[in-house]
Each structure stands twice: as C-alpha cells, then as structure tokens.
Write a protein of this length. Structure first.
Length: 167
C-alpha cells in the first residue's frame, strides 16, 4: 500500500447544480450491496486488510471512525437504477483535535460505472450539504497511488494538509 496523503478543503454551496434525483441517503437495506460494491471498487488493492473490509461499511455507519454524518452521506444510482457510487462522511474520530469538522471516510464507484462523473456528483453534493449544516472544513485520506482520486479532490480545491498548516 502506498502512503496516505491527507487533503482538506472548505465546504461550500454547490455550483452548476445538475438534477440529482438519483442521489439519496444511505438506507439500512443498502449495506449488503455497498459492502459488495466496496470490495468490487477496490478488488485489486483494498485500502485495508481483506478481513477488515467485510462489514467495513456497516462499521463506518455505526461510528467506527467517528460519528456518522447521515445528511452528507449518500448513494447514487446508475442509469440502470442499481447503486453505482457512494460517499460516507463522519466526524473526526473521538478524542482528536483536528483542523476539520468532517471526514470523507469513503467515496467509491463500482467499476462498471467509473468515468461517468458519479464520484464528482457525490462529492459536490456532500460539500454542499456539509456547508448547509454549518460545517466549514472537510478532510480525506487518499492513497498516494490513486491518481484518479487525487485528481478529483484537487479539482475541487482540496489541498495537502501541509499546504494548509504551513508545515
């Protein structure tokens, strides 16, 4: 696994809003499909040990990495109506003193639906919702070898933590 890069960004209102009828909150009955989609999305390089990947989505929603922020967490269906992408947002882990008030714990797209702008759509939705909730800063940890994820976040004005804190 490559080193992780922590990126942060300010939240803000959504620009260029497209109809987002396919974006909806995560429901309990989505969890089995999200678990499978997560494993498919990272089939060649799970960001954690395979045994931890089983039940990972459920654990995130239950607060394993910080209190889940359900308003900003969502799924997006593809043209076929099946779940195609998801974003899960939490608060920073308990007991940490971070410069951000929200964390993108996961943002992933099923391999059959990549390169369609779905992750960008969910990210824009998330940043807008966080802004409406009064949250001002969000962070995400990205594998340094995941060029697609880095490009997405950098295109939305996320910056390396060192760029933000002067280190």
């Amino acid at each position: 696994m490559n080193p992780l890069i922590i990126l942060t960004a300010a939240t803000g209102p959504r620009e260029g809003v497209r109809p987002a009828a396919a974006i909806r909150p995560i429901r309990a009955d989505d969890i089995p499909r999200l678990d499978a989609m997560y494993r498919d999305a990272y089939a060649h390089a799970l960001p954690q040990p395979p045994e931890r990947a089983v039940g990972w989505i459920d654990a995130l929603l239950d607060g394993a990495e910080g209190r889940h922020v359900p308003e900003a967490s969502a799924v997006l269906a593809g043209p076929d109506g099946q779940l195609a992408a998801a974003i899960i947002v939490t608060e920073p882990a308990s007991g940490t003193a971070e410069a951000w008030d929200s964390v993108i714990a996961e943002l992933f797209t099923h391999p059959d639906h990549r390169r369609q702008g779905l992750a960008e759509e969910l990210l824009g939705h998330c940043l807008h919702v966080l802004h409406t909730l009064g949250r001002t800063r969000v962070a995400v940890a990205v594998d340094s070898g995941n060029s697609a994820a880095l490009a997405l976040y950098l295109s939305r004005d996320f910056r390396r933590l060192a760029d933000d804190d002067g280190d």
